[in-house]
Design a protein around this ligand. Sequence first.
Ligand SMILES: NC(=O)c1ccc[n+]([C@@H]2O[C@H](COP(=O)([O-])OP(=O)(O)OC[C@H]3O[C@@H](n4cnc5c(N)ncnc54)[C@H](OP(=O)(O)O)[C@@H]3O)[C@@H](O)[C@H]2O)c1
Length: 274
Amino acid sequence: MKILITGLNGIIGWNIFKTASKLLPQTAGTYREAHPGLANLNVTRLDAESAEALKALLHAAQPEIIIHSWAMCDLDLCEQIPAMAEKVNEEGTRLLLEAARGLASLKRFVYISTDHVFDGETGDYTEEDVPRPKHVYGRTKYEAEKQVQASGLPWQILRPGLVIGDSLQGRKGPRDFLLTRIRAGKPTHYFTDEWRSPIPAPEMAERVTAIACSNESGIFHVAGREVFSRYELAQKIARDHGYTTEHVFPRLRSEDRWASIRPKNLSLKSLRNI
Ligand SMILES: NC(=O)c1ccc[n+]([C@@H]2O[C@H](COP(=O)([O-])OP(=O)(O)OC[C@H]3O[C@@H](n4cnc5c(N)ncnc54)[C@H](OP(=O)(O)O)[C@@H]3O)[C@@H](O)[C@H]2O)c1
C-alpha cells in the first residue's frame, strides 16, 4: 500500500508518518520547512500554493491513499489573517483534491479535520452531530470537509481530539509548550472550565493508519475516552514527565479576554467501531 501524508512538520503528520512507514515502507510525505530530522526520508518539499508542483508530485508518487494533514492551525493567527487561513486550509485542500482526481492509483482521500469544527457549547460530539464552527480556523476546516465530501473521490474525514506527544522539532503542541516552560521555571495558567478529549500521539497515529487502510468511509472521531479540563491535562503532562505541578496554575475562562473565541467543551465520542 502506498501512502502519501502531507504536513510532516506537524505533530499529527509526523506521528502518522512514523507509524505508517514502519508498517508500509513505501510511505511518503510532504513538508514545507526543511528540518534535519527529515533528511534521508521519503519526503518532498511542497507548498500548499504550488498547484503544478502538487500535480507533479502526485503523478510521480501514484499514492493509493492520501492523508492530508497540513493546515494553518494557530487560532489567533487565523482570526488576525482569515485570508491566509482560507488560502492554506480551504484553497490548499481544493488544489490537492483537484490533483488527486487525476490519479488512477487513488483508493482513498483521508482528510485530517479537527474537533474545532464544533462550537463547544455542549461537548460529547459524535460523528452524527452537525458542525457549527465558532472561529475562523474551525470554519475553514469545516469548509474543507465539505469540499472533500463533494469531491467525487472515495473519502474519509478524521477528527482527532487534542493530540499529546512528540513533535519533530521538540517545540510544537501542548506538551512541548508546557514542558519547555516548566524546565525554565515559568508559571503557566490553564482553564479549569475548558474540556477536551486528549489522545496520545502514538495511539492517534495507529488509529488513523488503521482507519485509512480500512475499506470504511465517512467521518471518524479519533479521541481519547477520558475527558480532561485543560488544567487537569496540564497537571497530568507534568506528572507523566516526572515534574511536580508547582508551575501549573488554574484559571477560569472568565478571567481571560482571549477565551471568548475558544470553544468551551470539545469532548468527542465515536459511534464507529474502528
Ligand atoms: N494538534 C492537535 O491536537 C490537532 C487536533 C485535531 C486536529 N488537528 C489537525 O491536524 C492537522 C495538523 O495539525 P498539527 O497540530 O500537527 O499542526 P501544526 O503543528 O501547526 O502543523 C501544521 C503543518 O501544516 C503545514 N503547513 C502550514 N501551512 C502550509 C502551507 N502553506 N503549505 C504547506 N504546508 C503548510 C506546516 O508545515 P511547515 O511547518 O513545514 O511550514 C506543518 O507541517 C491539522 O489539519 C489540524 O487541523 C490537530
